[in-house]
Design a protein around this ligand. Structure first.
Ligand code: AMP
Length: 426
C-alpha cells in the first residue's frame, strides 16, 4: 500500500522550470536597475516579533486584523511570518543605527511574504515582492526617483497595460484636521456604510475610500477631499514630486481616492495597476512613511518605499515567445558534457575529476549521472545542447565539437584546455 500524498498548502505553489528561469531574469534586472541607482540589498528574517507589525503596519489594517500567520515559540513569545517588507526594513535601520550613516540610506529586497488571504489567481498566501526603501530624506526628488525606478523596472520586464495613480495623503499633522471632517461626514451617513467601514470610523476613516460596497461608494462621492485640505508645505512637496515626474516623462493620473491599505503612509502615495490582470490588478505601490521609524523606537526619520508583486509582474508580463524589452530567460548554455565509454569505477573517477577541473576553469560542464549507455549519454548531451562532448575511454579520449561536427583524439587532461581554446577561437 502506498503512503498518502502530501500537497503544498492552499495558496502556496512550487517554483519550477520556466517560472524559476523567469524569476531569475527578473531578479537580475531588479538588481541591475536598483544597484546602479545606489540601492543596497537587504534581507531580513522571515519571522519577526508580532509587535513589529501590530505597531508598524497598524492595528486597523486588514493585514494585522486578519491576515497574519502568527505562532508562539517555545518560550511563549509571539512571532509572525512577515506580511510585508517596510516595517522589517525600518526595524533593521533602527537596530543597526543606520541613521548614523550618510542619508538617505537606500535599500532593496526580493523576498517572500505571507498573508492569510483568500487564495485566487494573483493572490497567494506566500508570495514574493521586490521592494525598495529610502530612509533619512524628505526630498521630493527621492519620491520621484523611487517612482521612476519602479516605472522603469516594470516597463523593462514587459508589464502590459500599466497605469500609475498618484496622490498625497499629507503629513500626519495636516491629516488630523481632515480626519475629523471625514469622520463627521461618515457618521452623518453611517446607515449607508458597509459594516466594515462603520467599524473603522474611529480607527482609520480613510479606508472608506477603498471600499467597493455600493452604499459606501455613494457616501464617499460627496466626502471632503484630502487633496483640498493639504497644508502649504505638503501641497508644495506634492507639486514638486509631480513636476519631477513630468520632467522624467513618467505618465500618471491623480487619484484622490487612493489611500492604500497600510496605516503608516504620509504625503506621496502611488499604485501601479495592469489592465492585463483580472480582479487582482495591483502590480505594485508604495509611498512615504515619515512617522514609521520613530514609531518603531528610532529617531524622527522620513522614509519612502515601494513593493511590487513578483507573481503579478510575471502574469502581466510578456508571455514566453513574445518579444519584450526584457532580457531573454536566463539559462546557462552547456559547454562540455563528459560521456563514459563504460561504467568502470576508475573511468567514473577520472570523469568526475575532469568535471571538477572543468568547472574550476569556469566552464559550464556536466557528466552522466543517470547510468545511461554510451548511446543514451550522447543523446542526453544533445538534448542538453552541449557545445562539446568528451567521450572518455580506457585507452583514449575523444573530444567532439557538436557545432562543427568534427572530433579529435587527445589526452583526457588536455580536454579542458582544448574546450577553452575552442571558445576563445570562436
Ligand atoms: P502591498 O504590500 O499590499 O502594498 O502590495 C504590494 C504588491 O504586492 C501588490 O501590488 C501585489 O502585486 C503584491 N501582493 C500583495 N499581496 C499579495 C498576495 N496575497 N499575493 C500575491 N501578490 C500580492
Amino acid at each position: 500500500m502506498s503512503a498518502p500524498k502530501i500537497k503544498a498548502p492552499r495558496g502556496t505553489f512550487d517554483v519550477l522550470g520556466q517560472d524559476a528561469a523567469r524569476r531569475t531574469t527578473l531578479e537580475a534586472r531588479a538588481r541591475a536597475i536598483l544597484e546602479a541607482a545606489g540601492y543596497e540589498r537587504i534581507e531580513t528574517p522571515v519571522f519577526e516579533a508580532t509587535e513589529l507589525f501590530a505597531r508598524g503596519v497598524g492595528e486597523s489594517t486588514d493585514i494585522v486584523r486578519k491576515e497574519m500567520f502568527t505562532l508562539e515559540d517555545q518560550a511563549g513569545r509571539s512571532l509572525t511570518l512577515r506580511p510585508e517588507g517596510t516595517a522589517p526594513v525600518c526595524r533593521a535601520y533602527v537596530e543597526h543605527g543606520m541613521h548614523k550613516r550618510r542619508q538617505p540610506v537606500k535599500l532593496w529586497y526580493l523576498s517572500s511574504f505571507f498573508r492569510h488571504e483568500r487564495a485566487q489567481a494573483g493572490r497567494y498566501r506566500q508570495f514574493w515582492q521586490v521592494g525598495a526603501e529610502a530612509l533619512g530624506s524628505e526630498d521630493p526628488a527621492l519620491d520621484a526617483e523611487l517612482i521612476t525606478l519602479l516605472t522603469r523596472l516594470l516597463a523593462d520586464l514587459g508589464v502590459r497595460g500599466l497605469r500609475l495613480r498618484l496622490a498625497s495623503l499629507g503629513s500626519l499633522d495636516s491629516r488630523r484636521e481632515y480626519r475629523e471632517r471625514l469622520q463627521a461626514h461618515l457618521r452623518a451617513n453611517e446607515a449607508d456604510l458597509a459594516q466594515e467601514v462603520r467599524e473603522r470610523i474611529e480607527l482609520n476613516p480613510l479606508r472608506a475610500f477603498d471600499s467597493d460596497h455600493p452604499g459606501t461608494r455613494q457616501v464617499m462621492e460627496s466626502a471632503p477631499r484630502l487633496s483640498e485640505h493639504l497644508d502649504a508645505q505638503d501641497a508644495a512637496h506634492f507639486a514638486e514630486v509631480r513636476e519631477l515626474l513630468d520632467a522624467a516623462g513618467v505618465a500618471y493620473e491623480l487619484d484622490h481616492t487612493l489611500v492604500r491599505g497600510l496605516d503608516y503612509y504620509t504625503r506621496t502615495v502611488f499604485e501601479f495597476t495592469s489592465d492585463a490582470l483580472g480582479a487582482q490588478s495591483g502590480v505594485g505601490g508604495g509611498g512615504r512613511y515619515d512617522g514609521l521609524v520613530q514609531q518603531l523606537g528610532g529617531p524622527p526619520t522620513p522614509g519612502i518605499g515601494w513593493a511590487a508583486g513578483i507573481e503579478r509582474i510575471l502574469l502581466a508580463g510578456e508571455q514566453e515567445g513574445e518579444q519584450g524589452h526584457g532580457v531573454p530567460v536566463a539559462s546557462v548554455p552547456l559547454e562540455l558534457f563528459l560521456a563514459l565509454e563504460d561504467a568502470s569505477p576508475t573511468l567514473r573517477t577520472r570523469a568526475f575529476h575532469l568535471l571538477c577541473e572543468a568547472r574550476a576553469a569556469g566552464l559550464a560542464a556536466q557528466m552522466d549521472l543517470g547510468g545511461r549507455s554510451l548511446k543514451g549519454q550522447l543523446s542526453h548531451a544533445n538534448a542538453l545542447g552541449a557545445r562539446y562532448v568528451a567521450i572518455l575511454g580506457e585507452q583514449e579520449t575523444m573530444l567532439k565539437d557538436m557545432q562543427a561536427g568534427d572530433q579529435e583524439s587527445l589526452a583526457s587532461d588536455a580536454v579542458v584546455h582544448a574546450v577553452l581554446r575552442g571558445h576563445t577561437a570562436l
